[in-house]
Design a protein around this ligand. Structure first.
Ligand code: SF4
Ligand code: SF4
Length: 175
């Protein structure tokens, strides 16, 4: 039964002389072979990495001050500014003797960023009044479990002896 008029009848067209000699196939193979000698557009990642844009925004860092104390005071402004609702935190009061660990009377006992929600917009960095959170030029590592993308303080706060250099990343209005 014919439902539409869009069908095309098959024609047993005779092969041309060049088609009989497989010239069109040879032309295609020549194009393929010519690509072997062109400059490669791929790189051997992770051994090689491309140079990122100076304004690339990657993995976050929670900074310490010059004395090694955590800058974050758990004010929550970054979480309010975050359009993806990726940041959660619990505030805690600093106890006597913890002055070297936390810069102000309040600190974030729990601070988590869900990297699967994050869109790396940088608004948390803009909102922070304590210069505590920055996006860096580091790449977010791959993982196979969703829970591995929830970054807590153990992975966000920089270590005292291995500070994260944020000067290499240009930020608008902060140059
Ligand atoms: S970079 Fe943007 S989306 Fe990601 S945590 Fe910060 S404010 Fe939220
Ligand atoms: S990172 Fe900055 S904005 Fe966010 S809670 Fe800490 S001090 Fe406040």
């Amino acid at each position: 039964m014919k439902l539409t008029n869009r069908s095309t009848p098959i024609q047993n067209k005779q092969k041309t002389f060049s088609e009989k000699l497989y010239i069109p196939i040879l032309k295609g193979m020549l194009i393929t072979i010519s690509h072997l000698f062109r400059r490669k557009v791929t790189i051997k990642y992770p051994e090689q990495t491309r140079q990122f844009s100076p304004i690339y925004r990657g993995l976050h860092v929670l900074k310490r001050d010059e004395n090694g104390a955590e800058r974050c005071t758990a004010c929550g402004l970054c979480a309010v500014a975050c359009p993806a609702e990726a940041i959660v935190m619990d505030a805690e009061e600093r106890r006597p003797g913890e002055e070297g660990e936390y810069r102000e009377e309040k600190y974030a006992k729990r601070y988590e960023i869900n990297m699967l929600r994050c869109i790396f917009c940088g608004l948390c960095e803009e909102a922070c009044p304590k210069e505590a959170i920055f996006l860096t030029d580091r790449i977010l590592p791959a993982a196979t479990k969703r829970s591995d993308f929830v970054y807590g303080k153990d992975r966000l706060v920089e270590t005292r002896n291995n500070r994260v250099d944020i000067a290499t990343r240009k930020t608008y209005g902060k140059e």
